[in-house]
Structure formats: structure tokens, C-alpha cells
Design a protein around this ligand. Sequence first.
Ligand code: COA
Length: 339
Amino acid sequence: MNSTCYIAGLGTSVPEKKLSNFDFEKIMDTSNEWIVSRTGIKTRHVLAEGQNISDIAYEASLKAIVDAKIDKSEITHILVATCSPQKLSPSLACILAQNLGLSSTSGLQTISTHNPSLVCFDFNAACSGFIYGLEIARAFLALHSNSTILLVTAEGLSRRLNFQDRTTSILFGDGAGAVILRNHGDYLYKVHDVSLGSDGDYCDLIQIGGGTEFEAKVGDVVDESFFLTMQGREVFKSAVRGMAQESLKLLEKNSLTVNDIDLFITHQANLRIIEAVGERLSISQDKVFTNLEKYGNTSASSILLAMEEAREQGKLKKGAKTLLTAFGSGLTWGSALLS
Ligand code: COA
């Protein structure tokens, strides 16, 4: 089976509105010094009133389409990784299809009869969403060789943060990313391999409420369970272990060592977690890319925000071996190898 998968275009978008650590000082008992020393985060972007993740997902998608030099009508699949969907239903992928002006008939003009309609759906692998999305796309590409896949990450976690909880609310920000994935034509980077894992025994460690578990009726007031809750210390340890182990597993599977890696981009959750993963892998710190000080933890979008900035700085290069790794609620984790 042909598992070739290329990233042909890349785009990102964050809301304009920013929240700095000093803004948090005004609303809770915290300090810029505490947040920077424990997390490395200085500021994050958050959705403004009336703004939705579909707005930033749309902008990121348009940038990826332009970057890939394709016509949007070539898109056969829209896959959206999110753990903070705009609605329980319909999927953000379908909302995006509408906003992009795509329909199943527009897809019919350019794709093979084996794949006659546009396929849109969301999936939730939390902060590991982008890596999971690469693997889902590889499977679709293997089954339907002429596919042009728009893989989007879109998170609006600020809408599910409890701003009375200083240990969680300071960590997260909103953002979106998008890539065009194909197995033919010009490309930016090749996806060599992906390795994924999950462990439901730890599903209590990070939770976001608001689903059908919430037995609501009109007029009810929400409580803390509606928002993101987390056991920070446990998550910290599992994140370091999960990202380091999965990365080593993927390298070994591809007969590579850490020394072969030119650039290492991890999920941007916490600078101390990233440093600890780097230490476990014994990778030189100048190969480790971080930009979480500007965005906080944008969940599924963090790797794409980092990849875009690494590209702008000339650090993410075609042909160079790039290792990606992520970890999140579920628990879920995964690593991917690009070149
Ligand atoms: N400002 C000031 N003090 C704070 C604070 C804040 N924003 N948040 C917590 N504290 C306090 C706590 O109340 C506690 O005080 P106490 O000792 O008087 O009880 C103290 O700091 C230590 O709290 P603790 O939770 O043990 O801190 P920590 O060193 O584990 O850091 C996190 C907390 C959340 C930064 C850290 O656990 C972490 O980063 N975990 C991983 C989170 C993550 O990345 N999740 C997403 C993964 S996808």
C-alpha cells in the first residue's frame, strides 16, 4: 500500500486579542514571575467576543490553500482536530466547507469516481490532534490516491477556561493551523512515518466539560465541571514520559538516532516539559524549537504554530529531518518524522 504523504501547504491564524501575564495579575492571585518561571509563557491570544474558531480556522485554511498553490475545489477531505469544537454538531469541518464555499458537487469535478464526494469530519485527540491527523490523512491517501486533504487544527480553549482557577487558566491560548496533504505534485515536506498511542486509564487527568454528561435544562447555571480541569503534576510527568518514549520508538523503527534529527518540535505546553523531554532524548537544545512564550498551550494547533514560525526563521527545511511529538488529554500521544 502506498503511504506517501506530502505537506504541500501550511497556514496558521491566531485571534488578535492578547492576554499577558500582567492581565492575569489583575484578575487573580498570580504573578508574571511565577507564570514565566513555571511555564515559560508570557502571553497568549484569545478569541474576542463574537469571534469563533471557524474564523481563525478559515483564515489558516485559506493561507494553506494559497501556500500549496491549489484551487480550493481540489480539496476532497476536510479533517479538523479539535477538543474545543464550535458546536457539538455539526462538525467544524462541515462549517468550514460551507465557509470555504465547497460542496460535494464541487469536489466531483476533479476527483476520481472512487472518491466522489467531499468528506468532512472532526476528531478529538486533544493536544495530539495534529499528529493523529497526519496518520488519518496517510490512511485516506493510501485508500484514495488522488485525495487532496485539508487537515485543520482549531482550538478555542479560552471559552472553556475557569478564570477562577489560577493553575489552569494561565496555560492555554487559542489558535488554528492548516496543512494541505497529498501524495503527488510539489511539496514542502514529506511525512515519513507516524507513531501514535493512547491510554484511557488516565482519562481523568485533563477534562473539559459541556458534553452530554452535563444534564442541562434551559436556565441552568454551569459549575466548575463545565470548564477545563487538570491534575497538573501528573500530567507533567506523563507528558515528559509519553513524548520521549514515542519519539525514541519512532526513531528506532526508522533506524535513526537522535543525532540524525535536525529539528525537534514538541507540543508547546510548558517550557519545563519541553526541556525535560529534550534532556531525556539527549538532544542538543539548539535543535529544539519553542514559541510557547507568545501563544501559551494552543492544544492541537501548537505544533503547526511552531512549524510556521520555524519555517519563517529558516529552521524548518525541506529535506532536513524534523521530529514532531505531542501529548494530551485522553491520554493521547504521538510522534511524526518529516523531511
Ligand atoms: N500563580 C501563582 N501560584 C500558583 C499558580 C499561579 N498561576 N498556580 C498554582 N500556584 C500555586 C499553587 O496554588 C501551589 O501553592 P501551594 O504550594 O501554596 O499550595 C503552588 O503554586 C504549587 O502548585 P503546583 O500545582 O504544585 O505547581 P507546579 O510546579 O506543578 O506547576 C503547573 C503547576 C500547572 C504549571 C504544572 O503542574 C504543569 O505545567 N503541568 C502540566 C500542565 C500542562 O502542560 N498541561 C497540558 C498538557 S497537554
